[in-house]
Design a protein. Structure first.
Lengths: 406, 100
């Protein structure tokens, strides 16, 4: 009546629940519920050894079949979503609160004005710590300026064409001036997400000032006017900005005919992308360059792992060969975090010189310091549950451990 | 393209200056690796009222677009600081900025 395949995986909690419920009606035991073959899990792991996957799988991976002979590297959930109905339609106010972006056409762009000079001061206070002086970047935060805007004969910015063909070569320089097609993204991001530590704290005039400074640092010209220190950026001038790389992206995805434009662009692949025709047979020299193409093959395929991966799931055994005193145990639990090294400013246990200075005060004083706290150290090392006697034992242990060993 | 960015601020009679110079700072070895032309600044001089306030010899050891910060005494707001850079090809560039 039922046939169970023990090797199969099981997915879909609702399938399990439904089947289990059904089983309890006709079978006395439901212990095999976890081994029920689920219709939605089609796992094909057949192959020689664990590292001989089917063609198309990621190395060492499992393939999951889908319809029409397709397969993926990830399990595909085939459960019905019927009856699942999360969420609701947002209200008009919620939509308004969410729809806050500043578009290139000026939608959402606030009124305000700010000069490059004001922006300079604000930048130094709010931005320079991460983005570097003059927007040069640093500390893992993106550079805002840099790369030059010289264009080649096709109107492509030269530093964007950098290729890392050799070790040490520069990557493409993608900064505001060389890469960003629209300035609206800049002012929008500054308004909504910057400064990192306290976003949305800048006024409209301040975001205009900082935007002006960053554009000036990138040597952007607005309407043919160079942005010097006294230049004041406002909404009207902002809408006239044309970024150097505005035409550097293709296909054009703007405008009402965008979808048709994109289709037309991809329809003529050979011209627009230059991929040519696909070689299906005898492809040793697909580009007819006279040189045979190098075929890369896996030289040493992994068929097995030696020694095999451990399937044991217990924790490594605790080391029991060393018997530690109660005082040391308490020290490990409460004090070691800071006193193991002098990184935290606490005298490190084992540091003879440091503890000589401490012990000079006399044990009584040191114990009182430990109980009441001292400098950066909280009372009783932060653990109020420790008794005074325990503190005394710990301090004695720490002093003993830090004596010169003869 | 402006080749340098300068910022000078007076506080009392001390002027704090920051300056960034646009240069690949690629010496022969680096240029060979990156397949670019050899180009690096060899000398930077800053003058205030005709007096040299800062002078440095540089080469490929510095990173691309080097940034310098220094301060000097005796500057006033409204006066000018003038930078001159010389690169390995003998190209000389100058830049001026008002002290604020």
């Amino acid at each position: 009546m039922f046939k169970f395949d023990h090797k199969s995986m099981l997915v879909g909690a609702s399938v399990v629940a439904g089947t289990a419920l059904f089983l309890t009606g006709c079978l006395p035991s439901s212990s095999s519920a976890s081994e029920i073959k689920s219709a939605s899990a089609k796992v094909s792991t057949t192959g020689v050894g664990p590292y001989d996957p089917k063609m198309g799988a990621l190395d060492g991976g499992v393939t999951y079949s889908r319809e029409n002979g397709q397969y993926t590297a990830y399990r595909y959930n085939e459960q019905s979503t019927k009856g699942v109905d999360h969420g609701r339609v947002p209200t008009a106010n919620e939509l308004k609160a969410w729809d806050m972006d500043i578009m290139p056409d000026g939608t959402g762009l606030p009124e305000g004005e700010g000069s490059v000079e004001d922006g300079d001061e604000l930048y130094e206070e709010q931005c320079a710590a991460c983005h570097g002086e003059f927007g040069a970047g640093g500390h893992g935060y993106p550079a805002l300026s840099g790369g030059n805007q010289e264009k080649d004969e096709n109107g492509v910015i030269k530093t964007l064409k950098n290729q890392r063909l050799e070790p040490g070569m520069d990557a493409p320089k993608r900064t505001v001036g060389t890469y960003w097609p629209q300035a609206s993204t800049l002012i929008w991001y500054i308004r909504d997400a910057m400064p990192y530590a306290h976003p949305k704290s800048l006024t409209n005039n301040e975001i205009y000032a900082i935007t002006a400074y960053i554009l000036a640092a990138n040597e952007i010209e607005i309407d043919g006017v160079e942005m010097d220190d006294e230049y004041v950026l406002n909404r009207e001038k902002f809408l006239k900005i044309k970024m150097p790389n505005a035409d550097g992206f293709y296909p054009n995805i703007d405008g009402p005919t965008a979808i048709e434009d994109i289709r037309a662009f991809f329809a003529d692949r050979a011209k627009n992308i230059g991929s040519g025709t696909r070689c299906m047979t005898d492809c040793k020299d697909p580009g007819m360059t006279g040189k045979e193409a190098t075929v890369m093959k896996i030289g040493y395929e992994i068929k097995d792992v030696v020694p095999a991966y451990s399937m044991v799931r217990d924790l490594p055994p605790e080391l029991e060969d060393k018997v530690i005193s109660k005082a040391e145990k308490l020290y490990n639990e409460n004090c070691k975090l800071c006193h193991a090294s002098d990184n935290m400013g606490a005298p490190a246990v084992g540091d003879v010189d440091a503890w000589y200075e401490v012990a000079k005060q006399g044990n009584e004083k040191v114990i009182i310091n430990a109980i009441e706290g001292m400098g950066g150290m909280p009372p009783k090392g932060g653990n109020e549950d420790l008794t005074n006697t325990e503190i005394k034992k710990i301090v004695e242990f720490m002093i003993d451990s830090s004596k010169k060993k003869h | 393209m402006a080749k340098m960015k300068i910022k000078a601020k007076a506080k009392g009679d001390i002027v704090k200056v920051k300056a960034m110079f646009t240069s690949l700072m690629a010496d022969t070895e680096e240029a060979e690796k990156k397949k670019i032309k050899v180009e690096y600044i060899t000398q930077i001089v800053a003058k205030h009222n005709g007096n040299v306030v800062f002078e440095v010899s540089t080469s490929g050891f510095m990173a691309e677009n080097p940034l310098f910060k220094f301060q000097f005494k005796g500057g006033k707001k409204g006066e000018k600081i003038e930078f001159t850079t010389t690169d390995n090809n003998g190209k000389i560039e100058t830049g001026k900025k008002k002290i604020k």
